[in-house]
Design a protein around this ligand. Sequence first.
Ligand code: HEC
Ligand code: HEC
Length: 323
Amino acid sequence: MVIWRNPQMLLIPVIAVVALSALLVHLEIAQTPRSGGSFSPEVWRDAGPITPIPPPPQADARKLALGERLFGDARLSADERLSCASCHDLTKNGAYPDQRQLEGSRHLDIPTVFNAALSYRLTWEGNTRSLSEQAAASIADASGMHSTIEEAVSKLRADRALSEAFRAAYGSSINSESVLDALATFEGSLLTPGSRFDRWLQGDASALTPDEIQGYRTFNELGCSSCHQGVTVGANLVTRQGIFVPLVLSGPRQVRVPSLRNVEVTGPYFHDGSAPTLENAVQRMAAAQLDRILTDDQVGSVVAFLKTLTGNFRGRPVASSAP
Ligand code: HEC
Ligand code: HEC
């Protein structure tokens, strides 16, 4: 209410955000490697803002297997109808096409679990900080599994074979820590290396076409990489959505910048799923986050680059889950 009596105070955070974004974009441009003013793919490949996805970390095979089993286990939900895999389909893109088809779930677009292990925080708003914290939150989510980790543990303990497998892997009977650890260990393996873009980063000059390399350049020059960078091409900072013009009106204003890994096959886009195509998402991003209206050619160029970010899981390209 104080704010309403002093409307000019509203401007302070707005100015701060605009100034900070301008600074970020400026810094990014200043840091972008250049050779004598002309664009050199080799220099950008070696010192650009994106790094390749590493191979999955080494992990105990028994814990991985238990995590995979739990990921598909509907006993983790109160009514035993939903497993993690119901909403995060690992045979496709690690997400689900339309969350509204899932009874009871919130109207939030379901993010993919692929490469979530590489994000600095999890969920659209960046509310959770580790995979095990997220797994507990997912089990408790009132609009999803609606159970508790304690309830899940007591159901799993009744399963003799599973109890033995847990004892072999963790040296104790099933408990909250080992259930969450098994899930997190398994999710740590859900990386999608080997995209054409990563192969190019790793030195395979033929992995990208000249148009796709140009798209990467456009992506950087527009300032997209001031927010979408690092190994996950995003997922490493929280920012405001709709800085210059509104983007999504419902839901959170402050969101974690999403990863653009596998973005070709993880539509619809934005936290409310309101962008049906990548072209639409890119156009709206440029206006809302960078105050730019893009030409069709610029949109096409950026989209061509984004489509090179599709990686592989278990030797198969990550695929769209659209019906
Ligand atoms: C009913 C559908 C549903 C089920 C079941 C479900 N999730 Fe999710 N998951 C979501 C939604 C929606 C979000 C986004 C939540 C948010 O942003 O607040 C999410 C977010 C996540 C994230 C964060 C991804 C990121 O990049 O931020 C991870 C990791 C995850 N879920 C893992 C799991 C695990 C593990 C389970 C099983 C224990 C599970 N989920 C069960 C719908 C589901
Ligand atoms: C100031 C930071 C910022 C900049 C700059 C930015 N983005 Fe984003 N991007 C975001 C945020 C935040 C979201 C999530 C918005 C939401 O759903 O609430 C997002 C979402 C996206 C999505 C949808 C991802 C998904 O899974 O739903 C795409 C695609 C995208 N951005 C591409 C771009 C492109 C291309 C550019 C440059 C034209 C760009 N972004 C510039 C912050 C930024």
